[in-house]
Every structure is written in structure tokens, then in C-alpha cells.
Design a protein around this ligand. Structure first.
Ligand code: SF4
Ligand code: SF4
Length: 386
């Protein structure tokens, strides 16, 4: 049976960024409260992945063990570009996902993060044949993939995997016309193939919830009734072909605000679209590094550099121009918060840039952190050894 997208809520619960994931300490009770509030407000779609640390097990406890299995949709993903040597590992991942989620079927099963150098691993390990077999065996109900890719690659994937029932794409206003991401064109490809879209990263890892001053001023002129995050969500959810927009929600306030935005959903009008367009131009002109904190880079870094945290500190520096404060952030987020190493520990192997779905120039950013931020109050030597 085809996926009936009209039964799925417009707001999806993204489960990649549960608080405590970096230290393996996601709180089940706290997550259960978020889940309860989201379900009460009419939400019913949860998106996790085998590769999100701790996420599936927490969802198993906080959601699946507490609610009737047919009262929500569960989506998870298998990965081939890391932790995978062949089809046996894909099967192992699926069995582990089912066990962690405490269920005997997955509603939507996706190949995780196709595009760029990562695609070859899915092909080499027969991932699509494996997906079809999982569906035939009744372990998953609908299959598709998530991707960070060019429109040309997406066209190729949809032709190569014609049984694709759903595709998960990054869609946010800052990258909509970005020549690297070409999100608008990707959406057009999916629509041409008639494949429904789940949108991810609508707030670009939180970046659009706190836009630089110039962009914020533009949004303030026109979108006074909405927070910056709500404006970003509304942009994405207004896109033709998108039936569900994922948001990673960590607090009750965030769940409530997002549920309110979607309870009386209003697509952007022309005036708002024009303001968003001006805001994105103002932001793209800044030096902000568009990291979504997905931490795919962390999975491949051989020395444990705190990459997303370092970029977060760099963006703080760009936004507020204070290197001392940015250096303090580096200490708190990277070293104390996540037990990771600062950019000076990088051996410049380049693995992170290959894994990065946003195609970020991580090493150039590190050069600037080392030259412009770290000379200001360097962290104590014992921290550098962590
Ligand atoms: S280039 Fe540096 S930060 Fe990137 S994966 Fe290699 S060691 Fe880690
Ligand atoms: S640098 Fe790239 S891979 Fe790493 S967290 Fe940011 S967006 Fe994700």
C-alpha cells in the first residue's frame, strides 16, 4: 500500500538532537514529556536513525513502549558510508533498530544521506536490494532515502531506485537558491517524479532561529507575529511537494511553539516571501559557516576534534565580533561539554570535509579559529590533552 501522506502531521519530530546525546545521557523521562506534548498537539511522525547516538533506544522507551503502535509513524535509517562492510551489516543495523525501538516494523525506512562520495558505499553494499528485501519481509512498510545531493544526483537516484516512496531533503530559506545546494531544483526533481518530500533542516541546525543582526532586522519589519524559527519552519512547510517538516525539538517550549506554528498553519504570503528573500541575501553575505551540527564529521574524525562545536564558536565570533567570548565558548562547548579536542589537534586528514553533507570548508574555518580566536586566552594546557 502506498504511503498515505495525508495521514501524517505537517510537523515531524526530528530525533537527531536530543539533549545529552554527545555524552550518552539522553533523559528518557524528559524525552517522554516532549513526546507527550507533541502527540497531544496532533503530531504523529518521528524521525530517527541507527547512526544517531542513543536516539532509537530513547524513542523505544519514551514513545513506542508507551503508546499504541498504530498511533504514530516511525522513520529510521540505515547507513553504508560508515560502520558498514556489506549487506550483513545493513541487516544487523535493521535488527538493532527494531530491537532498540521495541517494534517489529518500521513505517518509513530510509538509506541515510545519499549524495557526493557517500553514494558509492550504498551501491557497493547492495543497499537498495536490501531495502526492497526488508519491505518484502514486512520489516519495513515504506522505503526511500535521505540525501544531500545535487539535482542531477537526485534525478539519477530516483531513476535508479524507482520504488522510492518518499525522499528526505534539506530545505530551508538560506539554501533555497544557494548554488552549492540548489534546493529549489532538487524539489522540482522530486515533484517531477511524483515522490513526496519530507523536509529536514528547516532551521539549519538552529542557525535560522538566531539570524545575524542584518537579517533579523529585515524579518522584524514584516514577520512580527512569528519568531525567527517559526518563519523558517513556515518557509519550508510552504514548499510545494513537502508534506512533513522535521524539527529537532529539545524543550517543551520548543515543542509548544512549533506545534502552535503548525496548528493554524499559514503558508507565507508574498510580502513575507519577499522579506525572507532579502534576509537570506543578507545572511549569505556574512561569513557565518552554515554548519547544521549533524555531527556526521565526528563519526569519521580519527582524533576526536569537536568540529561542530568549534564551528559554533566561530559563528559566535562572526555574529558578535568578540574573540575572547568565542574562545570561552570553544572551551565550554567543545572541551567541557563534549569532551572533544580543539582545532589545534586536527591532523588535517580531510575525512570530515568528505563526510560533510553541507560541503563546508572545515579546515579553512579551523585556520581562522586558530589564528583569530585561540590566541585570545588559550585554554589551559591540561584541557588541551583531553
Ligand atoms: S581533518 Fe582534522 S578534524 Fe577533519 S577528520 Fe581529519 S583530524 Fe578530524
Ligand atoms: S561540519 Fe558538516 S558534517 Fe560536521 S556537523 Fe557541521 S554540517 Fe555536519
Amino acid at each position: 500500500m502506498a504511503l498515505n501522506t495525508s495521514n501524517i502531521s505537517k510537523l515531524g519530530f526530528g530525533c537527531m538532537r536530543f539533549e545529552g546525546r554527545a555524552t550518552d545521557s539522553i533523559d528518557v523521562n524528559r524525552t517522554a514529556q516532549l513526546v507527550d506534548r507533541y502527540l497531544e498537539a496532533g503530531g504523529n511522525y518521528f524521525d530517527t536513525a541507527w547512526a544517531y547516538p542513543g536516539s532509537e533506544a530513547v524513542l523505544g522507551e519514551a514513545l513506542v513502549s508507551r503508546y499504541p503502535r498504530d498511533s504514530f509513524y516511525l522513520a529510521t535509517k540505515c547507513v553504508a558510508w560508515t560502520h558498514c562492510e556489506g549487506p550483513d551489516d545493513l541487516e544487523k543495523q535493521l535488527q538493532e533498530s527494531l530491537a532498540a525501538l521495541q517494534t517489529d516494523y518500521i513505517d518509513v525506512y530510509l538509506m541515510h544521506n545519499l549524495g557526493g562520495p557517500r553514494t558509492a558505499a550504498f551501491r557497493a553494499h547492495g543497499a537498495w536490494e536490501f531495502m526492497k528485501s526488508a519491505k518484502e519481509r514486512g520489516l519495513v512498510r515504506h522505503i526511500g532515502f535521505s540525501a544531500h545531493c545535487t539535482p542531477e544526483e537526485l534525478e539519477e537516484f530516483l531513476s535508479e531506485f524507482p520504488e522510492t516512496e518518499v525522499v528526505q531533503l534539506q530545505i530551508n530559506y538560506i539554501d533555497w537558491e544557494n548554488p552549492t545546494f540548489r534546493e529549489r531544483e532538487c524539489v522540482e526533481v522530486a515533484n517531477r517524479h511524483g515522490v513526496p518530500i519530507i523536509a529536514m533542516e528547516p532551521v539549519k541546525g538552529g542557525m535560522l532561529a538566531n539570524p545575524p543582526k542584518k537579517a533579523a532586522e529585515i524579518l522584524d519589519e514584516v514577520m512580527l507575529d512569528y519568531s525567527y524559527a517559526a518563519s523558517a519552519l513556515r518557509f519550508t512547510a510552504s514548499v510545494d511537494g513537502v508534506f512533513c517538516t522535521l524539527s529537532g525539538m529539545n524543550t517543551i517550549e520548543m515543542v509548544e511553539e512549533n506545534c502552535n506554528t503548525f496548528s493554524d498553519f499559514k503558508p507565507l504570503d508574498e510580502r513575507e516571501l519577499e522579506a525572507i528573500d532579502r534576509a537570506q541575501k543578507a545572511m549569505r553575505g556574512s561569513e557565518i559557516v552554515a554548519c547544521t551540527a549533524c555531527d556526521y564529521c565526528a563519526k569519521v574524525c580519527p582524533v576526536g576534534v569537536g568540529i561542530s562545536g568549534s564551528i559554533n564558536a566561530f559563528n559566535h565570533y562572526i555574529n558578535y565580533g568578540d574573540p575572547t567570548q568565542a574562545n570561552e565558548q570553544l572551551g565550554f562547548i567543545v572541551m567541557f561539554g563534549a569532551g572533544k579536542l580543539p582545532p589545534v589537534a586536527c591532523i588535517r586528514c580531510g575525512a570530515c570535509e568528505e563526510a560533510c553533507p553541507q560541503n563546508l570548508e572545515i579546515l579553512k574555518c579551523f585556520d581562522r579559529i586558530i589564528a583569530e580566536i585561540m590566541p585570545h586566552t588559550p585554554p589551559p594546557p591540561d584541557l588541551m590533552k583531553m
